[in-house]
Write a protein that binds this ligand. Structure first.
Ligand code: ZN
Length: 141
């Protein structure tokens, strides 16, 4: 995965993490715990020469009806506003259909759904590409 990310960077992309964290609303962990894990994740990326431009997370539960939890586009629109992103040149890579739906709702049409070992409804997916692993991205770019 780090190799794929390094290649995205070589292609001129910046990488942003957009993540649903309803475990916060459910009380499984708090924002401080998330920060600790997030900092560790960012350090791992950095060790592997991948720079993560930003991280957006939704701390709400599904029934909170916020506008940030994917499949809603809120976090992507925040990222767009903060970093002045050209959505028509951007790609969403996700492992759930909600990622693809959020991207489409935010104006991103280039989407990759990664199977990564769990069940997805491929026949009903709006993803433009479906791959087994991020290692297979070179079939697309
Ligand atoms: Zn939210």
């Amino acid at each position: 995965m780090f190799a794929a990310c390094r290649n995205f960077q070589k292609l001129g992309f910046q990488i942003i993490i957009i993540t649903n964290q309803s475990g916060i609303a459910k009380g499984f962990y708090d924002e401080n715990d998330f920060d600790i894990v997030n900092n560790w994740v960012l350090a791992e990326f950095k060790k592997n020469r991948v720079n993560i431009l930003d991280v957006f997370f939704c701390p709400h539960a599904p029934d909170d009806n916020c506008n940030c939890r994917k499949p809603k586009p809120g976090m992507l629109l925040q990222a767009q506003a903060k970093h002045n992103i050209a959505m028509n040149k951007s790609w969403m890579i996700g492992d759930k259909e909600a990622d693809i739906q959020a991207a489409n709702a935010a104006g991103i049409t280039n989407t990759i759904l990664v199977r990564s070992g769990h069940k997805i409804n491929e026949a009903n997916s709006n993803a433009t590409h479906i791959i087994d692993s991020l290692k297979d991205y070179s079939d697309i770019f």
